[in-house]
Write a protein that binds this ligand. Structure first.
Ligand code: MG
Length: 301
């Protein structure tokens, strides 16, 4: 089976910050989101390096190309930080989804470091496919706090893995065969810290246009508080002939003006969609080096 991407993407500074340190990048077969951190303009520089390196290194559509893009970005961020005192200590998360050639056909490849996320909406189930590399995720895993407590934890923005910290990086990477009709969401924590999984699932399940859905999720995050930069990239898996990409620049896309969105907080159509937390099963057909727990939410009318 071959397939293509139909992509919508948006980024926004939020309502509390003055700089947008998130970056995203798109090509016909690749979507990347990075959430930079560091003083002055360090976060912006780090996230832009990550996005650009992952895009640039993805010449052959392979898992190795994805991984080498991340490794090269890490080296560049460390080098720039060492050479520029004002950029010292900058870092970034990175999550990417790509069309990759596999031994037995084609599939989707994923790489992840940090606490940006990738979700999949398949049928009526929303599932987080990446694992957060964050302090609160570790505390939840160790049973020291609950998932509910993690959502409100004061240190929920502390990441345990990022680019720009060390020469040695541990990259989560996995691949699998997708199904036409699946929808993927890559996002920075500015989305899911403001918008609950149920609301995310409802938007993804009810807004067919990926660009409109990406814009509306950002608007919801701003309504939710907008305390951080927000980036949303939605990738619909379509038949190859239907592939199309939103007309957006590559890295460091300009923030979009907030769109007016009915968030469904009242008794309107969106509120009729129900999302329930389901058990964490393994994802069928997924080849992954680590057997992570995944959060799943299913919705139904
Ligand atoms: Mg963030």
């Amino acid at each position: 089976m071959s397939f293509g991407f139909r992509i919508g993407a948006a980024t926004d500074v939020g309502v509390k910050r003055t700089l947008n340190q998130d970056s995203y990048g798109l090509s016909e077969r690749l979507a990347v989101v990075a959430d930079g951190m560091g003083g002055h303009r360090g976060g912006e520089v780090a996230s832009a390096i990550a996005v650009n390196e992952v895009l640039d290194r993805f010449v052959e559509p392979t898992m190795q190309a994805l991984v080498s893009g991340v490794e090269e970005a890490n080296r560049l961020i460390l080098d720039h930080g060492a050479a520029n005192p004002e950029l010292r200590g900058m870092g970034t998360t990175v999550v990417a989804l790509a069309w990759v050639a596999l031994e037995d056909g084609v599939g989707l490849g994923v790489i992840n470091i940090g606490d940006s996320r990738m979700y999949r909406l398949q049928g009526k189930v929303l599932e987080q496919l990446t694992e957060d590399h964050s302090l609160v995720e570790a505390l939840v895993r160790e049973g020291r706090i609950t998932a509910e407590e993690a959502e409100l934890h004061p240190q929920r923005n502390i990441v345990t893995r990022a680019l720009g910290v060390s020469d040695v990086i541990e990259i989560d990477d996995f691949y699998f065969t997708p199904t036409v009709g699946d929808r993927y969401l890559l996002c920075s924590d500015g989305l899911f810290n403001e918008v609950g999984a149920q609301q995310i699932a409802t938007m993804l399940a009810t807004e067919p246009d990926p660009q409109a859905a990406a814009d509306q999720l950002i608007a919801q995050a701003n309504i939710g508080g907008g305390r951080d930069n927000i980036t949303t990239v939605i990738v619909d898996i379509v038949n190859e002939d239907d592939a199309a990409m939103a007309a957006v620049p590559l890295a460091l896309a300009a923030p979009l003006p907030n769109t007016n969105v009915d968030t469904g907080s009242g008794d309107d159509g969106a509120a009729q969609v129900e999302v329930a937390i389901a058990g964490a099963d393994d994802v069928a057909g997924m080849d992954t080096p680590q057997n992570t727990k995944r959060n799943r939410w299913s919705w139904r009318r």
